[in-house]
Ligand binder design. Structure first.
Ligand SMILES: [Zn+2]
Length: 278
């Protein structure tokens, strides 16, 4: 699972984690316990991930540095407190945050597929694959992801940033949208930018990706250059939008997000780091 990391002269790079090894089954009877209640993770003193014995209903996630990791969606371990996962970013290690986010997404899938979507009979976990299979008709349910594109568009050294109309976000951010059935990523980018902002783009380049298990999505980031059309924001999607120079950015999303990584990269290429707000 990738992380957003600051390294050296390159402000932001996206690197794969090499520490966590995902797996389906384990013979271990104890391990690190990622207990997720709603969107909160149960942590002990000093925000430590608890360890302890497990029973057969725990979901095995894999291992970190050889230590098995298990997840469950109920019953906080003794001595732990449920803390919203978003609040733990930068507080617990990036590896633990990524594992907890993975636990949250997998537990939601496991909970929501206890019955077959085709015939309604109970399903059970496969011992060899991350899937639930119907006990009557053998229909299978794998964890599903919803891919979404997120695109930073530049025009003459300025960046297109907008506030989301639905969430009334306090941040200006780059535009994003879910990929529709039958659509390529490039087609999705063209459609989203035309629908939401009335513009066309060229020079679409891959930037990086970020898993977002809180909504079972995968954010796929790109940069692009404006190619035509004047900015006309769709009021159902966008509260306000404009082109911003690197030295006059509005309030942008926190560092947790790939949106911020795209914006930081833009500033790094066009401005100076003093233009970046915390
Ligand atoms: Zn079935």
């Amino acid at each position: 699972m990738g992380g957003l990391l600051g390294t050296g002269h390159r402000l932001i790079v996206l690197e794969p984690s090499v520490v966590f090894v995902p797996a389906i089954m384990s013979t271990a009877v104890a391990g690190r316990l990622y207990v997720v209640i709603g969107q909160a993770l149960c942590v002990g003193d000093g925000h430590a991930i608890p360890s302890g014995a497990i029973s057969s209903d725990w979901l095995h996630l894999g291992s970190i540095d050889g230590e098995p990791c298990f997840a469950r969606g109920e019953s906080p371990p003794d001595g732990t407190t449920a803390v919203p996962l978003r609040q733990l970013y930068g507080v617990i290690s990036d590896e633990d945050f990524a594992i907890a986010a993975r636990a949250l997404g997998l537990l939601a899938w496991d909970r929501d597929h206890r019955h077959c979507g085709r015939c309604g009979a109970p399903t059970e976990r496969s011992p060899v694959e991350r899937l639930r299979a119907c006990t009557r008709c053998s229909h299978t349910a794998y964890p599903r992801l919803s891919p979404a594109v997120i695109v930073l568009v530049e025009r003459d050294g300025r960046v297109l940033l907008a506030r989301n109309a639905r969430t009334k976000s306090p941040f200006h951010s780059v535009l994003a949208g879910f990929v529709e059935v039958g659509e390529s990523l490039e087609e999705c980018i063209a459609r989203e930018l035309f629908e939401e902002a009335g513009i066309a783009v060229r020079d679409i380049r891959y930037f990086g990706s970020q898993p977002w298990p809180l909504s079972s999505s995968l954010m796929i980031g790109f940069t692009a250059q404006w190619a035509g059309g004047e900015l006309v924001a769709d009021p159902t999607e966008i509260f306000e939008a404009d082109w911003f120079a690197p030295g006059e950015l509005p309030v942008v999303p926190p560092r947790l997000s790939i949106a911020r990584a795209l914006i930081d990269d833009f500033v790094h290429r066009h401005g100076t780091p003093t233009h970046i707000r915390p």
